[in-house]
Ligand binder design. Structure first.
Ligand code: FE2
Length: 909
């Protein structure tokens, strides 16, 4: 089967193997490799053939850096046009950049040596260059030239980056290459960063990849990598049209079977993986998605059904990973960085350790100083839990310090008997990061602070105007209708007591918002058909404490809605559906794919992790929030009753809540009713920057009439979002149309806002605002004592005890503090809005688009300056003043850690 011949090369002497098969598959090393060479292909290969070349001496290719290597290829190897002309055409060179594992085991190193050898003899990785042009002789569709060469390693200055070279001879009329096909004949996958082809007159041609190339043993299909040129479907060069379609088909899969880790198939599934009925009947949870519990769809994994409930999917328990398409998994660099590593460490090690330590003492706090100690001195774990945690680098950095027993006793004022069986290790949270513990220790007690957080806290998206009142001075935080249907079920859970709350605020002449009345409702009963209690701020001692308890109940409602509706449903879950549709329907060369791609990074994996350990039956959310096992049912009900895509646009949401009125003279077309509304005023700046960028981007690609309606991929994408991702809402009349470029810009601006600004505003304040438990309890354990009740006497005697014993227990508080701290953390490799990772520096080959992006970045820098100035403006009392923290959640940039600022491009935590 092998035909061998020598060919001339300007580089080095080479030996060519020719593999010939009658079909489009080559039998190689005991398995089939699909070459994708179409019938009618010409060049030196016969149809279905591969030419493999061994380079006997490529040692000259040893630049000191990647840049230097490209330069060398440009300037020395390919500098002379006469040198470029091989016997069969132009000699070009592809430089292939591959990233190795950062942490290599001995086995990996041995395998690396083997791969080095295998690549060297041309049997490791095979690639084909595919032209954008049709072959005029065959006129049979795309024109493809296939040429596979031996590769030799090219060291760079980064020990984890390896460059290889592959040499091709292409005919003079080859045209621009539009795609590279890669087949990995090794036994294991490798990470391909990019391919740069040198030697064409147009200069280097970039094929950005940043993708895992599966082993041919796992999947015989070769991978298609397109060049960095954006094309609408109708403008796809004929030579790569079929590849465009073929690539999308492979990403969609056939909807069958269980996904394997190497797969990169994006498909939809119901939320049927939250429960674990096989483990415990108590852990059975309803399937979300469908008529009863509508919900957005998640990424399909295809795991088998549970034994007890065929409608539910079996779970993969930690530490085993849930399937996400291969390129959606955290990169090693991300896995090894703080936030993600810490999140996993938190879920897998620390939370169980906390639970084990506190399970026998899951008791309420008995005085405020105990809560303070949790911040200041940390938390002592049992000895047997230690070894794993001490060895965990993330937790090591997180909140550990070693105390001697005597130190522990003195620092924590604990009796030595308490320490028996406990370790000398203390975990401490970072008090400096919880704003409540900063300059104003008692801010949380003030009504004005309670109100201020509805405009500038972690959940600034539920306050609305009381529409019945003409003068715009009364506002309401209304959780009545959303929560009342669940209150009876919630209150049947041990240690949970909740109301459905309504809080009315008055916006006074001095621009201060104050709560004036709280209504707490329980479901009507025969004895109490109107089971409501109304509280106002009284001045006597009893009324003062009751008011404080009422506010705490409102906060627990607010914390639940924030987490389950505004955070999980409206950002994480909804982005997952847009992301799946984007991969299934938009080719990697589609301009809208290129626009959205940075806003999808890591979302699928963080969501999979959350379904595994946060929002699952028995997970942290159920354990620490009032709704307990009914948490996701509330999320589903909110999706059913209030979620609308068109209202996810910031201006529309503000108008819907009456917090803004339409005003065409304003930049975003709306004017805020409360000017000092930090989330909204900063948010509108970010929103308008995104909108301006998106509109100019869309304008650039959709300049012709009907170009939006005739874009088949785009229309399929939008149809799929409506009809598959949001199947349960598919018939709603409010879905925006996608007929014009204005429609498209609106849809894209909303999606990018949700992934970036909206998620940042909702996510990164969790610890700064929620870390101090009395200020924002995530659950309440007791109802407010009524005068005729037994508990009332106790309350009169010791109101502080009643208050503290109504809050989360020590175990619950410690868990939620640890989770909120981690979820508020930026990773060091975070990519912020307006920034492009160096990995994606060749994302698009279009100077005008790069210029538009640079303008967007510059505008975000300006916005950062504007926000900083606003935070210093003494007139804006919701973001400046004695002890008032500046509102920085929508400041675009941040350093790593819990900073309370920074807008990442995507939802990655
Ligand atoms: Fe988040």
């Amino acid at each position: 089967m092998y035909a061998m011949k020598r060919v001339c090369s300007p580089f080095k002497s080479e030996l060519t193997f020719r593999l010939t098969t009658a079909t489009s598959r080559a039998w190689k090393d005991g398995f089939f490799w699909k070459t994708r060479v179409p019938s009618g292909s010409k060049v030196s290969c016969t149809p279905g053939s591969i030419r493999a070349v061994i380079s006997s001496d490529d040692k000259a290719l040893e630049p000191s850096s990647k840049e230097a290597s490209n330069k060398e290829v440009d300037e020395t190897v390919l500098s002379s046009s006469s040198d470029k002309l091989g016997k069969g055409g132009i000699d070009v060179r592809a430089v292939i950049t591959i990233r190795k594992k950062i942490k290599e085991k001995i086995n990996d190193k041995i395998e690396d040596q083997w791969e080095y050898f295998v690549n060297g003899i041309g049997k490791g990785i095979l690639i084909q260059l595919v032209s954008e042009e049709i072959d005029p002789e065959t006129n049979s569709g795309k024109s493809v030239q296939a040429s596979v060469r031996g590769w030799l390693p090219k060291p760079s200055n980064n020990e984890h980056i390896i460059e290889y070279a592959a040499d091709f001879t292409v005919p003079f009329d080859f045209g621009n290459p539009g795609a590279v096909l890669v087949a990995n004949l090794h036994g294991k996958e490798f990470y391909l960063m990019e391919i740069v082809v040198h030697g064409f007159d147009a200069g280097p041609i970039f094929f950005p990849a940043n993708t895992w190339i599966h082993s041919s043993k796992d999947n015989p299909d070769s991978r298609i990598i397109f060049r960095n040129q954006a094309y609408l479907p109708s403008r796809t060069p004929p030579g790569i049209k079929d590849l465009r379609r073929e690539d999308l088909l492979s990403l969609r899969g056939n909807g069958k079977g269980e996904r394997k880790p190497h797969d990169r198939i994006y498909d939809y599934a119901l939320y049927n993986d939250l429960g674990n009925p096989d483990k415990d009947d108590e852990l059975a949870r309803p399937v979300l998605g469908g008529e009863k519990w509508p919900y957005p769809r998640r990424c399909r994994t295809g795991r088998p059904p549970t034994k007890k409930d065929p409608k539910c999917e079996t779970r993969i328990e930690k530490p085993h990973p849930v399937y996400v398409p291969r390129d959606e998994t955290f990169e090693e660099i991300k896995r090894n960085t703080f936030s993600t590593g810490r999140l996993k460490a938190l879920l897998h090690n620390l939370i169980p350790a906390i639970a084990a330590t506190l399970s026998s003492s899951d008791i309420p706090f008995t005085c405020f100083s105990e809560i303070d100690k949790l911040y200041n001195d940390g938390f002592i774990l049992k000895t047997e839990e230690l070894s794993e945690i001490v060895q965990n680098p993330f937790l090591g950095n997180f909140m550990k310090r070693v105390l001697s027993v005597s130190e522990s006793v003195s620092t924590l004022s604990l009796p030595p008997s308490f320490l028996r069986g406990f370790s000398m290790l203390s975990f401490f949270f970072s008090p400096c990061l919880c704003y409540i513990c900063l300059g104003d220790r008692f801010a949380w007690l003030r009504d004005s602070e309670f109100a201020r957080q509805t405009l500038a806290g972690v959940n600034p998206v539920n306050i609305e105007i009381l529409k019945a009142i003409e003068e715009k001075r009364l506002f309401i935080l209304d959780y009545h209708d959303m929560l009342l249907p669940f209150i009876e079920k919630m209150n049947s859970l041990p240690g949970r007591k909740a109301y459905a709350s309504r809080t009315v605020f008055f916006y006074d002449q001095t621009s201060i918002l104050r709560p004036i009345v709280i209504e707490l409702s329980l479901p009507p009963s025969p004895s109490s058909p109107c089971n409501k209690h109304v509280y106002i701020h009284g001045h006597d001692a009893t009324a003062h404490w009751i008011w404080k308890l009422a506010k705490a109940h409102v906060c627990s409602n607010d914390a639940g809605v924030h987490q389950l509706v505004n955070h999980w449903l409206r950002t994480h879950a909804c982005m997952e559906t847009y992301l799946i549709a984007t991969h299934r329907q938009l080719s990697a060369m589609h301009p809208i794919y290129k626009l959205l791609h940075p806003h999808t990074r890591y979302t699928l994996e963080i969501n999979a992790l959350a379904r595994q350990s946060l929002i699952n039956g028995g997970g942290i959310i159920e354990a620490c929030f009032s709704p307990g096992k009914y948490a996701m049912e509330i999320s589903s009900a909110a999706y059913k009753n209030m979620w609308r895509f068109d209202m996810e646009a910031l201006p529309a949401d503000l108008v819907r809540r009456g917090m803004a009125v339409e005003d065409p003279s304003m930049p975003c077309g709306v004017r805020l009713v409360i000017e000092d509304y930090p989330y909204a005023s900063d948010g509108l700046l970010i929103w308008s920057a995104i909108k301006e960028y998106v509109e100019s981007y869309v304008d650039h690609f959709y300049s012709e009439p009907n170009s939006v309606t005739s874009d088949s991929e785009l229309q399929a994408w939008w149809n799929e979002i409506k009809n598959k991702g949001h199947f349960d809402k598919r018939s709603e009349p409010w879905w925006p149309k996608l007929d014009t470029k204005e429609d498209l810009s609106g849809i894209l601006t909303t999606m990018i806002w949700i992934a970036s600004g909206q998620h940042a505003a909702i996510n990164f304040g969790q610890y700064p605002f929620g870390g101090y438990v009395p200020s924002r309890p995530t659950l309440m354990r007791k109802l407010i004592p009524l005068e005729n009740e037994h508990d009332h006497e106790k309350f009169i005697r010791n109101p502080q005890h009643t208050f503290l014993s109504s809050l989360p227990t020590q175990l619950q508080a410690t868990k939620i503090m640890a989770a909120q701290d981690t979820l508020s953390t930026h990773s060091p490799d975070e990519e912020y809005l307006g920034q492009v990772s160096h990995l994606h520096s060749h994302w698009i080959n279009d100077h005008e688009i790069v210029e538009l992006f640079n303008r967007f970045s510059a505008r975000l820098e300006e916005i950062e300056g504007i926000i900083n100035l606003r935070n210093k403006d003494a007139r804006l009392k919701n973001r400046s003043g004695a002890g008032v923290p500046p509102y920085e959640l929508l400041v675009p940039t941040s350093g790593p850690g819990v900073t309370g600022r920074g807008i990442p491009n995507s939802i990655s935590i």
